[in-house]
Design a protein around this ligand. Sequence first.
Ligand code: UTP
Length: 477
Amino acid sequence: MPGTTSATPKLEDLRVRLSEIQQGHLLRFADDLAPAELEALCAQIAALDLESVPALVREYVHSKPSFDPGSATIAPPPGYMRGGDWDIERFRSAGEQLLREGKVAAFTVAGGQGSRLGYDGPKGCYPGGAVTGKPLFACLADWIHSAQDRYGATVPWYIMTSPLNHEATVAFFKQHDHFGLSPDNIMFFAQGVLPSFDMATGKILLASKGTVATNPDGHGGSLRALAHSGALEDMKRRGVEHISYVQIDNPLARVVDPVFIGLHAAAPNSSGEMSTKVVAKTEPGEKVGVVCTIDGKPGVIEYSDLPEATAAQRNPDGTLTLRAGNIALHMLSRSFVERITSGDLSLPYHRAEKKVPCIDPETGQSVDPSEPNAVKLEMFVFDAIPLCRNSIVYEVERADEFAPIKNAEGNDSIESSARIQTERAASWLDARGVKVPRKSDGSSDCVLEISPRTATRPEELRPESIEPIRSGEKRAI
Ligand code: UTP
């Protein structure tokens, strides 16, 4: 009988607290649970920030907050644009020096649920290499190998998981011998979670009679997780000063980019706090956040919040004025993350309507919704940009660094990513005089993948060591 377990006082306390915030249903099935199950449920509930629940329901479930720039002046951010008049080699050298000194760490956020991909396992285990089919984690690990070989120093790798995929991620690394990297230089830690809410009622959903439905707290949760996990301490101990932030789902992400590191750390107009790599937006309505300044302060505006007329403004040369499209590649300084997480860091929440299987709080029956039934809240890492004194952007060629895998098919799928990986490789080979077979529409008649261990830019390819490429061939270089 649950009523006779050691959990009883906690249970009664919790009942009172929950009914005060209109979430009493979470313990409705307590009598159906075995003592250990009930204890686990109580622990899960007690770990939630219950005080904040009524405000979250009011502000994010029953209303849909949106950003209104009003009369604010939105302008392009200070930055280093493609074709601009700046000395790329100077910043490459600065970045390389920091790498030689072991002052740079890689940080991958891999705690997402990958619901659009529909893959059964952590997204990082998904095959991302166009030819090799190697897992996304391996694609990123190759960059770390490449940097360690070139600069003769360790690049420690911090990997954020979520409580939902932590064990599977750690086991995958073990199974793959940490992709040849030293496990001593890889640290895994789980991010926090938030409860998922019933969209209609604001009640926290139950995944089962004994489990609250939760979701990871977004990639913005990574900053707090860096602090709470001890990762920042570990970085300090190792002498790491700069953190290269990449997401798990972009196999072309330059995990270690000396130019970006150099700009972030040494550009005269950089605060060295948080910098962002961007690509030129293709059209005003493209669904990508824009890095900008808002009344002179650095920030990112989501595409849905950017007024149409502002998005459509053009420079005299015809390029979009606000073209700095955010591709979620950032440099952060350790001291910046320490500063913003030392107090009570509160990034805003973003609301998403999702389908979340749950149980009916009245009947206890399972519900597998065919339409979104839930509100999930997440924090976004780019909301830390306004906390910087100033923040620069570095514009790169889209096809060179951005081949995301988000969906099972169509746009941003493994097929589209493999095409981008191939075309990037083809352009590098072209630049080095290696003939790439083409179809009549000009696209490559082959599948190509260049490992960063072979080359991180065209100049590093050795054309003499590359056999002629045949039509229809799949070639990993
Ligand atoms: P996405 O926004 O694409 O989300 O994450 P997702 O969870 O991977 O996929 P969907 O939306 O459910 O289909 C972008 C990056 O941020 C990480 C993801 O792992 C990915 O690298 N992320 C996202 C986290 O680490 N934690 C989160 O809570 C959310």
